[in-house]
Design a protein around this ligand. Structure first.
Ligand code: GLU
Length: 290
């Protein structure tokens, strides 16, 4: 049997903070214990927010933590054509449609919420005639591409499940409910893919068998399972870890200015201190690359 494959998949749109360190070290810990490989994937589809300097700083922070990764490291921005091909395959089956709505219009038209708390898409563009959609696209009107959830679900009848593993190696299975996401965006107006499409594509392309990531992505896994089924991709097993909270009880986030690892480093905190503080062994085989 081939060894398990893990991945740490940060977005270089800010400096890494303690929460990223925890996620990266937990991935490394699982990979060590299960004699697997840990890959790094740079999720930089948002090319305006993800800057090369931030990517370099991120690599530097990870090296400081004692983590090394097999090269070449996959950068999503180098694979837009692959995501477009996956979207084309869904388009040919009539499972996606163009959406011209603005965020404002969606917020005004929708009271229901998706699992992330964002307005659930009310379906405004779902039944536009292909002719009208083609005219608007040809006129250069900005548009996203949305999954037609009803049709997608009908294309994958039967229960979909999420298989999870815990720190003791035990498995649990739960039912996936992708419908809760409604007609999710698979390609944004400004970016020719979305997180959801790119992540399921890449987990399969990289042979990822075990996904370890924060609990904030647990609900998204339901949608990922549907996309995997639609695209004929294998399903990894998942472990969604608890999120580290700041003193105010909010989850750590770049957007809230949580203290970056670089600031801890500057204050003289060592990587060994940090590992111990996060509950990991202070020592790992130095710069081990699997
Ligand atoms: N790129 C995502 C983030 O930085 C993580 C995606 C994932 O692990 O699936 O939040």
């Amino acid at each position: 049997m081939s060894p398990p494959v893990f991945r740490f998949a940060p977005s270089p749109n800010g400096r890494l903070h303690l929460g990223h360190a925890y996620s990266a070290l937990l991935n490394a810990d699982f990979a060590d214990r299960m004699q697997g490989r840990l890959l790094l994937r740079i999720e930089d589809i948002d090319t305006t927010r993800c800057r090369p300097a931030l990517m370099a700083a991120m690599r530097d922070d990870l090296a400081w933590l004692g983590l090394a990764f097999p090269e070449p490291v996959r950068r999503q921005s180098a694979h837009f054509a692959d995501y477009a091909a996956a979207l084309d395959a869904l388009r040919e089956r009539g499972l996606v449609y163009p959406c011209f709505c603005t965020r404002k219009a969606i917020a005004a038209a929708s009271r229901a919420r998706d699992p992330d708390g964002a307005p659930l898409y009310p379906g405004t563009c779902r039944d536009l005639s292909p002719a009208e959609a083609a005219v608007r696209i040809a006129a250069g009107e900005p548009h996203a591409w949305r999954l037609a959830m009803d049709r997608a679900r009908a294309a994958c009848p039967g229960p979909l499940t999420v298989e999870s593993f815990d720190a003791a190696g035990a498995f649990t299975t739960r039912l996936a409910e992708p419908e809760r996401w409604g007609d999710a965006v698979l390609a944004r107006k400004d970016v020719p893919t979305s997180y959801h499409l790119a992540v399921v594509h890449d987990d399969a392309a990289q042979g990822v068998t075990h996904v370890v990531r924060g609990r904030d992505l647990d609900a998204a896994t339901d949608l990922h399972r549907l996309l995997q089924a639609l695209l004929g991709l294998p399903a990894p097993r998942y472990h969604h870890h608890a999120l580290l909270l700041d003193e105010g009880g909010d989850k750590l986030a770049k957007s809230r200015g949580s203290e970056p690892l670089a600031a801890l480093r500057a204050r003289g905190v060592t990587a060994a201190d940090l590992r111990a503080r996060l509950g990991f062994h202070a020592e790992r085989p130095a710069n081990r690359s699997r």
